[in-house]
Design a protein around this ligand. Structure first.
Ligand code: PMP
Length: 393
């Protein structure tokens, strides 16, 4: 990617209070925000602020236009249509919506690497859960999925990119396998949207869930993309204002999708910020981001492989995420020492306890990259690990 330095300068969150750089390697948890997003959010909550859809005054009409333009922008970002984007609080709510509202609840095929938010909603909503194993190098084993899928499966729900291993699933093949037995495919795109090119039409998936905050946008908003004919079959899951056609005490009729799924005043400001984040990422170029992060993953894995007391997880071509363990050091201790060095990593089970059980470990340390990450961040990480090794002797 060109001008990484310049990109770093776009992100005020990457500086410590004293002006020194903060080596932020936790973008898979949440990404820092570029000034363009901060400015868009500031304008939307300040000078431009008003409610949407109901106001009879010009400011509200303008805000409604901006809100619906944001829906179009987000749809376009993943190759979808605006009427196929349901705004949610985030990926978690998007998956809950689908698990509860999808009318043909049967068996769902998940995988061993799923985030809790792509496990628990299916359990809560009463689906029969089956679990596809992983390959040796930490990918969803699609050969195994093919062998497991039956006509009883009505849904397959896989992480497009694993938040722990960084492995990328072949979404098109997963869609073909699901469709061959009459099931639908949800891809949990939380980690994919910020780091790999996503086109829901080319993927041929049926649903796609993601969060704005991992895509350099605000918290509190995300989206469920769903094929229009499928969203039309789904009943509302939360009642309230804005999702209705006509309400009486005897009977209520509902608005068409996507409004039917958006009860209450929406996250107006956040939607504007979401669209600004899409603009920013598109301007940098998702292909360039993907290549840039792949380069940083290579550098990091190479440096860690050079240490004989480090175990690396996930495939070589992980997208933007490196999980590892340092022998004899709990990842939390490593994370604490790295913090003293100005390096922020994630340590823990990453909301993927079944994957930790499968790997036979309680936790990993995870470095994850973003648009703004660079070789100096990797070098700081490696220095911090070397220091930790000295401390632990
Ligand atoms: N799926 C994956 C793969 C994730 O990484 C995350 C966030 N860590 C989620 C789902 C949930 O996203 P959110 O908390 O933004 O709803």
């Amino acid at each position: 990617m060109t001008q990484t330095k310049t990109r770093k300068a776009d992100f005020p969150g990457l500086l410590n209070a004293d002006g020194t750089p903060w080596h932020y390697l936790d973008s898979a948890a949440t990404a820092q925000k570029p000034q363009a997003v901060i400015d868009a959010v500031t304008r939307a909550i300040g000078a431009d602020y008003a409610t949407v859809h109901r106001g009879v005054y010009a400011r509200s009409a303008d805000m409604t236009l901006a809100f619906e333009a944001a829906r179009r922008r987000v749809a376009q970002f993943i190759g979808g249509q605006e009427q196929e984007i349901v705004f949610t609080r985030g990926a978690t709510e998007a998956i809950n919506l689908l698990a509860y509202s999808y009318p043909d609840k049967g068996r769902v095929l998940l995988s061993e690497l799923e985030h809790h938010s792509n496990i628990v909603p299916w359990q809560l909503a009463g689906w029969q859960v089956d679990v596809c194993p992983l390959t040796q190098d930490g990918r969803i084993d699609l050969d195994a999925a093919e062998a497991m899928l039956t006509r009883e499966h009505t849904m397959v729900a896989f992480a497009h990119v694993s938040n722990v291993l960084g492995s990328v699933v072949d979404g098109k093949r997963a869609a073909d396998l699901a469709h061959a037995v009459g099931a639908k495919l949800l891809l949990d795109g939380c980690q994919a949207v910020p780091r790999v090119p996503v086109d829901v039409v080319a993927l041929d998936c049926d649903f796609y869930a993601f969060s704005a905050h991992k895509l350099y946008g605000p918290t509190g908003i995300g989206a469920l993309w769903g094929r229009a004919d499928l969203l039309d079959t789904m009943p509302p899951w939360q009642g309230g204002g804005a999702m209705i056609d006509k309400v009486t005490f005897e009977k209520t009729t509902y608005a068409p999708a996507p409004q039917r799924f958006e009860a209450g005043t929406p996250s107006i400001v956040e939607a504007v910020g979401f669209a600004a984040a899409c603009d920013y990422v598109a301007e940098v170029g998702i292909e360039a981001i993907h290549a840039h992060e792949a380069d940083l993953v290579r550098q990091t894995r190479e440096a860690l492989r050079g240490m004989n007391d480090v175990t690396l997880y996930g495939p070589e071509d992980s997208a933007g995420i490196v999980s590892f363990m340092l022998d004899g050091v709990h990842p939390h201790d490593l994370g604490t020492i790295l913090d003293e060095e100005g390096v922020a990593i994630r340590a823990g089970h990453h909301c993927a306890q079944p994957l930790m059980d499968k790997l036979g470990i309680p936790a990993t340390a995870r470095a994850s990259f973003g648009i703004y990450s660079d070789a100096e961040d990797v070098a700081a990480l490696i220095r911090g690990i070397e220091r930790t090794k000295r401390i632990f002797g």
